[in-house]
Design a binder for this molecule. Structure first.
Ligand code: ADP
Ligand code: MG
Length: 367
């Protein structure tokens, strides 16, 4: 087990693609960190740089207390589990599990012991003589995990290991992975493009975009205190609604302009966001999560909106609407149950004024 650090790592590929930009991060010994971000944001590259499959263009990679730049993957003793499990089809499960140990020329006794332990932990004991073609997707995935576990690595890297599984199995194996990580306490970096997976798995989540770290925080903090509009929009489904507005200062304090109506912001919002007062009179981006809306009779403020689309999910309904002020895209509201409304038409919504977020026009959050 070991802590892991990236120190101002950049990776520029030969064709000029910048996959990582000044990437800095410390993962603690024994921690479960999740890298999340849209496809192409540099997640796999970050893992490959750590595993020694790519050399960084700039910066240092540290495992334990040693700079490992230039070390071979074997010497780093990092195990990686990929999305396509890449099991050897002609080998039994046992042979697949033994393979990395044979490569390391491990003594037979020790090899048997490690395979037996991994098979026990992963519930594979009854499957050891089967070949991959005779396994379900979930079982194959467990063998791939087992092949990483037997090596007793200092760090586990998992690159979207569940993407090929159906939703139900994903949820189940996700719980297994979390339990396994707690049991072994091995430093783990788990990569996913799925924000739900990130929010449910990580001690800390690293949100990435375009090769840059956007925010590193506990899942709950990402939701409650996003650092910028990218994180605000990425976390949550649908993500936070964002639109341009103006903050106006008056005798009532600071107000937000929504169409023709001025709503005074409650004192607790201003207390929690001391920087906000400096934006009086200026343009800002306002953010409201879909859960900030309610039926009009429940919210403190009321707005009239034009409904554009409904998604009735049974326990809740997502309402896509245009408010009375200009927005680029329709906004989303999450209302409980089936609000019993027409597909199109007017609707009155309530807004909880304490649920407002504000961002500079460049996207950084104002707190
Ligand atoms: P992610 O895993 O987040 O989807 P990747 O790390 O695979 O993203 O890729 C980051 C960026 O680097 C993408 O733009 C991708 O096309 C590019 N990239 C990845 N590998 C190479 C390579 N070997 N040569 C050139 N560009 C690459
Ligand atoms: Mg990837």
């Amino acid at each position: 087990m070991a802590a892991v650090s990236f120190r101002q790592v950049s990776k520029v590929f030969e064709d000029g693609t910048r996959a990582l930009v000044d990437f800095s991060l410390d993962v603690n010994d024994g921690e479960f960190a999740v890298f999340v971000g849209p496809s192409g944001c540099g997640k796999t590259t970050a893992l490959r740089v750590l595993a020694g499959l790519e050399e960084p263009t700039e910066g240092e990679v540290i495992i334990g207390d040693q700079v490992v730049n230039g070390w071979t993957p074997q010497r780093r003793n990092v195990a990686m589990v990929f999305q396509n499990y890449a099991l050897y089809p002609h080998m039994t499960v046992r042979a697949n599990l033994e393979f990395p140990l044979r490569m390391a020329k491990m003594a037979r006794e020790e090899m048997r012991r490690r395979v037996a332990r991994a098979a026990d932990v992963l519930d594979l004991a009854g499957l050891l003589e089967r070949r991959p073609a005779e396994l379900s997707g979930g079982q194959r995935q467990r063998v791939a995990m087992g092949r990483a576990i037997v090596r007793d690595p200092r760090v586990f890297l998992m690159d979207e290991p569940l993407s090929n599984l159906d939703a139900r199995l994903r949820t189940q194996i996700r719980a297994d992975i979390a339990a396994l990580q707690r049991r072994f306490g091995t430093t783990t970096i788990y990569v996913t493009h799925d924000q739900v997976e990130a929010m449910t798995l990580g001690d800390r989540v690293v949100v990435m975009n375009a090769g840059l770290v956007q925010q590193v925080d506990a899942p709950r903090r990402l939701y409650e205190r996003p650092a910028n509009t990218f994180v605000a929009g990425f976390v949550g489904s649908p993500g936070m609604n964002l639109f341009r507005t103006r903050l106006v200062s008056s005798t009532e304090g600071l107000s937000v302009h929504l169409g023709d109506i001025r709503f005074p912001l409650p004192p607790e919002i201003l207390a929690e966001r001391p920087q906000l007062a400096a934006h009086a009179g200026g343009q800002v981006l306002a953010g409201l999560r879909p859960e900030a809306f309610s039926r009009a009779d429940e919210g403190a403020w009321r707005i009239d909106v034009g409904v554009e689309a409904l998604e009735a999910l049974g326990h809740e309904t997502l309402v896509y609407f245009r408010p009375a002020w200009p927005v680029e895209n329709p906004l989303a509201a999450r209302l409980p149950g089936r609000p019993g409304m027409e597909k199109e038409g007017q609707l009155a919504l309530g807004i909880d004024p304490s649920s407002f977020y504000f961002f500079e026009l460049d996207g950084s959050a104002i707190y």
